[in-house]
Ligand binder design. Structure first.
Ligand code: GTP
Ligand code: MG
Length: 235
């Protein structure tokens, strides 16, 4: 067995990006910005104002021609089209990384439609890609089917995907307000991504190691199921 830590010193740092797509994704991206060492934050949105309020290393506005800067108003086909129109910029932003972690809310238009396009562009650029998909509350009417479709499209590209069910927070005892519920959800998602990023670094290291030594048997990225009250992962 070779020493992975020594090899990474030779191979250089693993470059990881977190990519927030849509309103929820960009909110989480902002929360992570500046909090993780040597991790790039990319924010992608169809909503110009929300994007301007997002903290990130790179902010990609998609796209004036189609949405007039106001988001997709819940239309995943529009979200998908906007990401496709901006394919070149997205590819250029992601391609300097080894691993990207996409975070997006499902059930609206931008996250549901654009996240899988972003994942595919990462994949095509040779960037390993994982995702956190935030599923809507069941009381948000008309979102379940769009969310399920968006999740399926994303999962088709990312085997490494964490599904966060917003609904789960409703059964956490002692939550007094909606803001408190969102705060708990978002801080849990931030911790989950932090853990995932660390895992990703290890996984990419393992991959590098595997290329360098055929006997190395590092496992590939696994499919994970979230536990909303913690940051642990069950396989
Ligand atoms: N946990 C969490 N969920 C959120 C947050 N904001 C939105 N969501 C969830 O994510 C789903 C999608 O919402 P957005 O991310 O705002 O939608 P979008 O991708 O910007 O789509 P459009 O605005 O329709 O173009 C919502 O139905 C909510 O359930 C957030 O800050 N935290
Ligand atoms: Mg939006």
């Amino acid at each position: 067995m070779i020493n992975v830590e020594n090899d990474i010193a030779v191979s250089g740092d693993v470059r990881v990006a977190v990519i927030g797509v849509g309103g929820a994704g960009c909110r989480i991206a902002s929360m992570l910005y500046g909090k993780m060492s040597r991790v790039g934050v990319i924010a992608i949105n169809t909503d110009r104002k929300a994007l301007e309020e997002t903290s990130a290393d790179v902010r990609l506005y998609i796209c004036k021609e189609v949405t007039k800067g106001l988001g997709t108003n819940g239309d995943p086909a529009l979200g998908k089209k906007c990401a496709q129109i901006h394919e070149a910029e997205i590819t250029s932003a992601v391609s300097k990384y080894d691993y990207a972690y996409i975070v997006a809310g499902m059930g609206g238009g931008t996250g549901s439609g654009a996240a899988s396009v972003v994942a595919e562009l990462c994949d095509r650029a040779g960037v390993k890609v994982g995702a956190v998909a935030i599923m809507p509350f069941s009381f948000e009417s008309g979102r379940a089917v769009k969310a399920a479709d968006g999740f399926r499209a994303l999962h088709a590209i990312c085997s490494d995907i964490v599904k966060v069910e917003n609904d789960k927070v409703l059964s956490v005892p002692g939550i007094g307000s909606f803001d408190e519920a969102m705060g708990l959800l978002n801080s849990t998602i931030v911790k989950t991504i932090n853990n995932a990023v660390e895992d990703s670094k290890a996984i990419v290291r393992n991959d590098i190691a595997r290329h360098m030594d055929g006997s190395f048997s590092g496992s590939d990225v696994v499919s994970v199921t979230p536990r909303i009250a913690g940051t642990g992962k069950s396989h």
